[in-house]
Write a protein that binds this ligand. Structure first.
Ligand code: NDP
Ligand code: PMR
Length: 409
């Protein structure tokens, strides 16, 4: 055990994770623009109201949709949209909810064929889900997804929305940008979801007991060891990057040089602040339950695809046997599904966590409060976010700047 701890700490430290003096890599290049959709050819649309340009593909390839009367297909089940449902936590949640028989799942994914394949592999019952194109790195795709969803659900309200998709790009020396020119982590994890939620609020307001969960993380919260002691820390600074619109050459919310690992954590702070603002602005009038959650450390997901092989091998062991923060995909999926389905989660503005990894409860909270490392097992509880995440003045600014960035104001 000690050898494992030493090995991971040494390797992590050598890689700079515990070295607060390491300078972030600074590289902003307009030549590194990533345009994932630009090479795709236009094909004829299947839904009349979807207009297409040569840059975009949406539902057009999905032969399933024109044949389906979505409203009928959904039946008496509650309709839930899950972004990033083609792998990891999102897929595990989709499996859990679709198998319960109570929910019809819209898998909102960037790769529809992949989603269909994994849904079958994981035994999601036929007729309990549909895969729809959503490319969060393209705001037009977000808008088209909403149009297509409305057409599919044919006037039914949207019961639940889970914003789960994310990218983590800690080793990119240069920033990647979305089609709209936003730094990729901020663009996909925060701004794409920000637009999506705003466009779907009206449909959710029509549902009884609607719930909207945006997945957060311990690593965005500096009141924990995972978020507070491991470099880099999330920090939105003076928000000058977001205020200026987050478009290239700007790469960070604080306006500083690009630093991929921090960009992810900053985006998670924005996710959690968005929930706080949604709750403040809309809960009372719409009845929608807004929440965020930390699923535990699901150390084997594709989120860590950029990490080196040694890290991907050691990280799950470190989380299992040292921090007690490890949780498997299936259990994490049950947790996120619980936030949507459990009557105990019928409370808005909460950041849900689980106090599994019992021996670590309290031990890993710098202020000694029992937060839990989120490991397997344990009970759900209302966690407390860091002061920085709970700051209402900053959250309001994040809301306003984000609105402007995605063209809502
Ligand atoms: P995965 O990489 O397995 O899942 C992320 C999903 O997001 C994938 O389905 C991916 O699609 C999708 N996605 C990525 N980019 C885009 C895009 N541009 N447009 C649409 N979809 C996109 O990671 P996890 O399951 O681990 O992460 C899920 C959530 O959990 C994230 O919000 C993450 O921040 C959060 N989280 C994860 C933790 C962990 O320990 N793993 C801990 C705390 C929070 P595709 O399948 O095509 O790759
Ligand atoms: Mg971290 C209780 C201690 C704890 C917890 C719960 C996590 C969760 N981590 C903890 C501690 C440590 N981590 C320590 C002591 C180290 C130094 C060795 C450490 C390192 C570390 C790295 C390098 N941890 C990481 C990384 C990542 O690249 C992960 C990350 O930040 O992804 C954004 C990560 C994580 N640790 C966690 C969790 C949940 C992650 C994934 C976070 C996320 O997806 O938001």
């Amino acid at each position: 055990m000690m050898r494992l701890v030493t090995l991971f700490l040494t390797a992590s430290s050598a890689a700079g994770f515990l070295a607060p003096l390491r300078q972030p890599q600074s590289a902003v290049s307009s030549s590194s623009i990533l345009s994932p959709l630009t090479s795709l050819q236009a094909v004829s649309p299947v839904l009349d109201q979807v207009t297409t340009t040569p840059q975009k593909i949406y539902l057009k390839k999905d032969k399933e949709l024109p044949k389906v009367l979505g409203g009928l297909k959904i039946g008496l089940r509650e309709l839930v949209v899950i972004t990033g449902a083609s792998s990891g936590l999102g897929l595990a949640t989709a499996v859990e909810l679709s198998k319960s028989g109570k929910y019809f799942v819209v898998m909102a994914v960037r790769d529809v064929e992949k989603a269909k394949k994994v849904a079958k592999e994981r035994g999601m019952p036929d007729g309990s889900y549909v895969a729809m194109k959503l490319e969060l790195a393209n705001l037009e795709s977000v808008r088209d997804f909403v149009t297509n969803l409305k057409a599919f659900k044919a006037g039914r309200p949207l019961n639940h929305l889970i914003c789960n998709a994310a990218v983590y790009l800690p080793t990119d020396p240069k920033p990647q940008f979305t089609d709209d020119g936003f730094e990729m982590s901020m663009g996909v994890n925060h701004l794409g979801h920000f637009l999506l939620v705003n466009l779907l609020l009206e449909d959710m307001a029509k549902a009884k007991n609607a719930r909207c969960c945006i997945v957060g993380s311990i690593t965005g919260n500096t009141n924990t060891v995972g978020g507070g002691l491991v470099y880099p820390q999330a920090d939105l600074g003076n928000l000058s990057g977001l205020e200026k619109g987050m478009k290239q050459p700007i790469t960070m919310a604080d306006g500083k040089p690009f630093f991929g690992a921090k960009a992810y954590k900053d985006s998670k702070v924005c996710n959690m602040m968005t929930v706080a603002e949604l709750n403040r602005r809309y809960h009372k009038d719409t009845g929608i339950i807004f929440s965020s959650m930390y699923p535990g450390c699901i150390a084997e997901t594709a989120l860590f695809r950029e990490k080196r092989t040694w890290f991907r091998k050691l990280f799950p062991l470190f989380m299992k046997y040292v921090t007690g923060g490890y949780v498997g995909e299936e259990e994490a999926g049950q947790r996120l599904a619980q936030v949507i389905s459990d009557p105990r989660c019928n409370k808005s503005g909460v950041y849900w966590s689980w106090n599994g990894g019992a021996q670590t409860v309290g031990r890993w909270s710098p202020d000694g409060k029992p937060r839990g490392a989120g490991g397997s097992g344990g009970e759900i509880f209302e966690n407390q976010q860091s002061d920085a995440v709970r700051n209402p003045v900053v959250a309001k600014k994040v809301w306003e700047y984000s609105k402007k960035a995605v063209g809502l104001s």
